[in-house]
Design a protein around this ligand. Structure first.
Ligand SMILES: [Zn+2]
Length: 306
């Protein structure tokens, strides 16, 4: 069975795996994301090297590598231009992978990679246009139009988490003020809960957030702000793009399923019937593997062209 290496680089964790041509994720490794490049890059290189050498039963050596990453990628698709939650600003990832692994390499924004994975194997398979909103450490978006991810004129389309929710509001990890991500990104929710409640002995902020939805006033404000920001963000995107289906995924939604239900209820109440009549909301079936599967699709593309 043929394989490619696929990676999902996120603000909290990164995964590197082999993906077979029948869409199985094997030999997956996970590393925690450090904000220090001198710590992070050697750990990432080690994970890629291990994937290159892995030989699960019946799986051939990988023929290409694909990376789905948080952040903005340069117009030529070769370099991570800016990634607020990763220590890889201005990093020439494609050249680095070609040099260290000796394989053709592809680089894709994680929201687009996720949407490609959902479009290929998820419950929203084949829905076009397909809007995928990914509430993780930050907010990823992927829009599939005509079977392809919409990248914009300069490979920078879709950063809806960095559009404005509250003019002049909280500082976003990107440095802007009042962006959606500063209210419903996982990192922002965690920071605001910590500010409201002090450090918690509960390591799982999502179970904390869930418990506090009916709990103390300060935390409830944080949780309700997050719900409203996520709902408005999704409704605005639906009105703008008129998708056939919406996939809601990411760590925040997985750990806090009520959020997806409240987002859908808001969209159905607030958007016009022309938008909502045939609109389907789908769970992220590919789940945490969606970015890997999309990155693998990009790797196969670049492998075929090499
Ligand atoms: Zn921002």
């Amino acid at each position: 069975m043929k394989s490619v290496i696929a990676a999902d680089l996120g603000g909290t964790k990164c995964r590197v795996a082999l993906v077979t041509e029948d869409q199985r994720v094997v030999a997956a490794q996970r590393i925690n994301t450090s904000r220090d490049r001198a710590v992070f890059l050697p750990a990432l290189d080690a994970a890629f090297a291990a994937a290159l050498l892995a030989r699960p039963d019946g799986v051939e050596a990988p023929s290409a590598v694909g990376v789905g990453t948080a952040g903005v990628i340069t117009a030529d698709g070769l370099t991570i231009e800016r990634a607020p939650n990763l220590p890889l600003d201005q990093f020439a990832m494609v050249r680095h992978l070609r040099e260290t692994l000796g394989l053709p390499a592809a680089l894709m924004n994680d929201g687009r990679a996720c949407a490609m994975g959902e479009y290929a194997v998820g419950d929203a398979r084949g829905a076009d246009p397909l809007l995928c909103l990914f509430f993780g450490t930050g907010i990823g978006i992927g829009l599939i139009v005509g079977g392809r991810p919409h990248a914009g004129a300069d490979n920078a389309a879709g950063e809806i988490g960095h559009t404005i929710f509250v003019p002049g509001g909280r500082t976003c990890p990107c440095g802007g003020l009042g962006h959606f991500e500063a209210y419903c990104g996982g990192r922002a929710i965690q920071e605001r809960l910590r500010d409201a409640l002090g450090p918690s002995p509960d390591a799982s902020m999502w179970s904390l957030a869930n418990a506090l939805a009916t709990g103390r006033g300060e935390a409830r404000v944080v949780v309700e702000d997050a719900v409203m920001a996520a709902a408005v963000c999704t409704a605005n995107a639906c009105t703008l793009f008129n998708p056939r289906a919406v996939v809601l995924g990411g760590g925040v939604v997985e750990a806090w399923p009520e959020l997806a239900a409240r987002i859908e209820a808001f969209v159905r109440a607030q958007c016009s019937p022309a938008i909502t009549r045939k609109l389907r909301f789908c769970d992220s079936k590919a789940g945490s593997d969606a970015i890997l599967l999309g990155a693998a699709a990009a790797a196969r593309d670049v492998g075929l062209r090499a």
